[in-house]
Design a protein around this ligand. Structure first.
Ligand code: NAD
Length: 363
């Protein structure tokens, strides 16, 4: 089997889907691995490291005769149309987000595995790109907040007097939110966090954060949150508005699968915050949890609160993000390889539920 990886073309994307470490394992499993020269430059994996791992490096089209193509961002539709018909494509593909891409996948008979569709079962954890990348994003979001804040995060007792610790609120306690709680705690801030899934209380507390109880519980299907009803949302908003007056930094991470980010921090709430406060909105990617968030921009509100909406934060931690992402992909691709050749076990739910377009159930 030939595995091909081309340089990422999406703007600002520094991560790679294959590292020298995972390349070596694929070569050991009997695969021929071919990558475009310079593949890992932006993630700090030099060509020589790939060559040492047994990878073939080439300048031109490394995907034309590949049986398996690995990527971070989906390749452009025309590149998908040029793949070998029936090739396997693995990555964060979001096929439904772009019609031309979806058409190219269908038209060329590509066996696509958009890994964001992977069921989040215990067995799938080692392949869970959403979790590995969300962790990096949560970590970076707190560092950005600390950088933008005109305050210290920790409490300090100095000759110039005592500095009170920053009060940091993390909105949403999924994978990114919990990493944000842990990171802000390590920087010495006083950290609070809330989520609509009640089981997050214990997780937040185990990381040294305080669970902020807003009296709303909305666990949905598959361990995810559901959308709030109008009454629930009003209650959450009312209790939050008062609380935010004492908060210095907010890091937003709340999401509901397949929907725009829930709007949680309103313009009126921001207007009630102290000058010099900072909001970093990780949910900017899907519209933001804060009403003032402008995706990809850092703006200031009328009352001197900075609101940042950074995009693709995982890419900013490209080296470790790639290491984890590439391991996720390696673990998934291992399910498809038997004795160095491709073999699909469609009885395996990890394949059957991830593949796109969905396959008709076997008779
Ligand atoms: P996500 O990115 O979809 O959402 C982030 C968080 O926002 C969630 O915790 C969600 O409850 C919260 N949220 C949504 N609406 C909200 C609102 N109005 N107010 C406050 N918070 C709100 O979630 P995720 O990080 O991908 O993880 C979601 C769940 O999946 C978690 O329970 C996580 O533990 C679980 N998970 C399980 C596995 C596994 O292997 N079993 C792996 C990864 C994640």
């Amino acid at each position: 089997v030939i595995i091909g990886v081309a340089r990422e073309t999406a703007q600002g994307e520094r991560r790679v889907a294959l590292t020298p470490e995972t390349a070596k394992k694929l070569v050991a499993a009997g695969a021929t691995v071919r990558v475009q020269r310079g593949l890992g430059d932006l993630a700090h994996f030099p060509d020589q490291a790939y060559a040492d791992a047994g990878v073939q490096l080439a300048d031109g089209d490394v995907l034309a005769d590949a049986d398996v193509v690995l990527c971070v961002q989906p390749p452009p539709a025309d590149a998908i149309a040029r793949l070998k018909p029936g090739a396997v494509l693995v990555g964060a593909l979001q096929p439904q987000a772009d019609e031309a891409r979806a058409d190219a996948i269908r038209g060329n008979g590509i066996v696509a595995f958009p890994l964001e569709r992977l069921p989040r079962t215990t067995r799938a954890q080692a392949m869970d790109i959403l979790s590995s990348q969300a962790g990096i994003a949560g970590y970076k979001a707190v560092l950005i907040a600390a950088q933008l804040a005109p305050r210290y995060f920790p409490m300090l007792t100095t000759a110039a007097g005592t500095i009170r610790p920053s009060k940091v609120l993390i909105v949403g306690a999924g994978v990114a939110g919990l990493q944000a709680v842990a990171t802000a705690r390590r920087l010495g801030a006083q950290v609070e966090c809330f989520d609509v899934r009640p089981e997050t209380r214990e997780q937040i507390e185990s990381l040294g954060g305080k669970f902020l109880d807003l009296g709303v519980s909305a666990a949905g299907e598959g361990g995810y949150a559901r959308q709030l009803t109008d009454e629930e949302r009003a209650l959450q908003q009312q209790r939050l508005a008062d609380h935010l007056k004492g908060i210095d930094v907010i890091v937003c991470t709340a999401a509901v699968p397949g929907r725009p980010a829930p709007k949680i921090v309103s313009a009126a709430m921001v207007a009630g915050m102290k000058p010099g406060s900072v909001i970093v909105d990780l949910a900017a990617e899907t519209g933001g949890n804060c009403e003032l968030t402008q995706p990809g921009e850092t703006v200031a509100s009328g009352n001197d609160v900075v609101v940042a909406g950074p995009l693709n934060l995982a890419s900013q931690g490209a080296l470790h993000a790639s290491e984890m992402y590439a391991r996720n992909l390696y673990n998934f691709v291992s399910l498809l390889l038997r004795d160095g050749a491709l073999a699909f076990d469609w009885d395996d739910e990890l394949l059957a539920k991830t593949v796109w377009p969905e396959r008709a159930a076997a008779a």
